[in-house]
Design a protein around this ligand. Structure first.
Ligand SMILES: *Cc1c(COP(=O)(O)O)cnc(C)c1O
Length: 393
């Protein structure tokens, strides 16, 4: 099949995505091939999903072994991968329980429902408001686009949900002014991903956590993009010295298979009782078996230290490249600020032609390479990116 023939089939796929003019057919580690056999170094991980790159051998074995035993049972039964993954996640974080969802948006839906039920159980009607941050991104369902603090998402689909308010990130006074007796939770990303790779200020996050604790307002941290080792710790909040009440996750957790989840803390553990929340596919044993391998690999001694080192290695290389103003982010979640007049989308296209896949995040070039990328792959990808940037300098 040719790329043109494949594109022709896509006339039958609804046009909700702006795709690159490219079909990928094969990958191994941080290397992949398109239909014409052209090689690319992948600095995208499928937007932070392929935590261990394409077709990692241990992950593939865990998934295929489970696939040959039992692919699905419904949540009316216990399965071994579902138990093991929950225990791994809770023992690594000190959180008390997991709810399994299938995506980031669904994980956030669950966190929103849990926060509202916590408040309703304890305080009765009327305490349901959730404050999120301006420029945040929390998903595409009706509740999570409402939670998303960007005006562009608040079009076309009216009416949006009631009970959301938005505070300016980093501005504690603004947040305080938005808190009312109806506030039940504050939800935030530690690094705004889709918003442009913008890390929160540590003092601000600590102050928010303290404010939440004082007023029994739940702190929800959206770790859908920052979680699962991406920023150099299992979860990014661990580097901010806080203990959230609810943590949502997804992207990297399945290593490429769809899964989401929420971690419940001391206060929220047990709030969602039988019948109050559910999903058919949640905790699928094949996906959870892959997830167990992902968690075991990234929590093995030395792995996350390497993530941090590779992030620093990339920063150092980028600093010497033409057109680069600076680099934001943590670990292997990086946003490259470009010099005036250089458009991120143009750089991404040029980079692809040179043989490296990168992303944009607002005006920045975003990099989310696989966490186990080798230095050899990094060097190849960075050289290609350097050639692409040189075309704009
Ligand atoms: C990607 C993302 C989501 C949405 O996840 P989906 O799996 O696409 O529903 C939510 N929050 C953050 C921070 C994300 O990066």
């Amino acid at each position: 099949m040719t790329h043109e023939q494949l594109k022709n089939q896509y006339q039958y796929v609804e046009p909700t995505y702006g795709r690159f003019d490219q079909s990928l057919v094969w990958g191994s580690g941080s290397l992949c091939l398109d239909l014409d056999g052209k090689e690319y170094i992948d600095f995208t991980s499928g937007i932070g999903v392929n935590a261990l790159g394409f077709c990692d051998a241990d992950w593939q074995q865990a998934v295929t072994e489970q696939l040959s035993k039992l692919q699905h049972t419904s949540n009316l039964y216990y399965t071994m991968p579902g138990g093991e993954l929950a225990q791994l996640l809770c023992e690594a974080t000190g959180m008390k329980g997991v709810f399994y969802a299938n995506s980031g948006a669904e994980a956030n839906e669950c966190a929103i429902k849990a926060a509202r039920k916590y408040s309703h159980d304890k305080y009765g009607d009327g305490r349901y408001e959730i404050i999120t941050l301006v420029n945040s991104f929390h998903g595409r369902t009706m509740a999570t686009i409402t939670a998303t603090g960007q005006e562009v998402f608040h079009q076309h689909f009216m009416p949006f949900l009631e009970g959301f308010n938005y505070a300016v990130a980093g501005d504690l006074e603004d947040l305080k002014s938005k808190i009312t007796p109806a506030t039940c939770a504050i939800m935030m990303e530690m690094i705004q991903g889709e918003g442009g790779v913008i890390p929160q200020n540590k003092e601000y996050v600590e102050a928010v956590a303290q404010l939440c604790a004082e007023q029994d307002i739940l702190l929800i941290v959206d770790e859908v993009q920052t979680g699962i080792g991406r920023t150099g710790s299992l979860f990014c909040y661990q580097q901010f010295g806080i203990q959230p009440d609810l943590v949502s996750m997804a992207k990297g957790l399945g290593g490429g298979l769809p899964i989401g989840g929420v971690l419940f803390g001391e206060k929220t553990h047990g709030v969602l009782t039988p019948g109050t929340h559910a999903t058919t596919f949640g905790g699928n044993p094949v996906v959870c078996a892959g997830g167990c391998q992902i968690i075991k690999t990234i929590t093995a001694p030395g792995f996350l230290e390497e993530v941090v080192k590779k992030g620093e290695y990339i920063r150092k290389a980028l600093a010497a490249m033409p057109g680069v103003e600076g680099v934001d982010g943590m670990g292997l979640m990086l946003g490259v600020r470009l010099k005036e007049g250089i458009a991120a989308a143009d750089v991404v296209k040029a980079a692809m032609a040179e043989g490296v896949l990168v992303l944009t995040a607002k005006t920045k070039v975003r990099m989310l390479p696989p966490l186990n990328i080798t230095y050899d792959e990094l060097d190849r990808g960075l050289a290609a990116l350097g050639r692409a940037l040189a075309q704009f300098a």
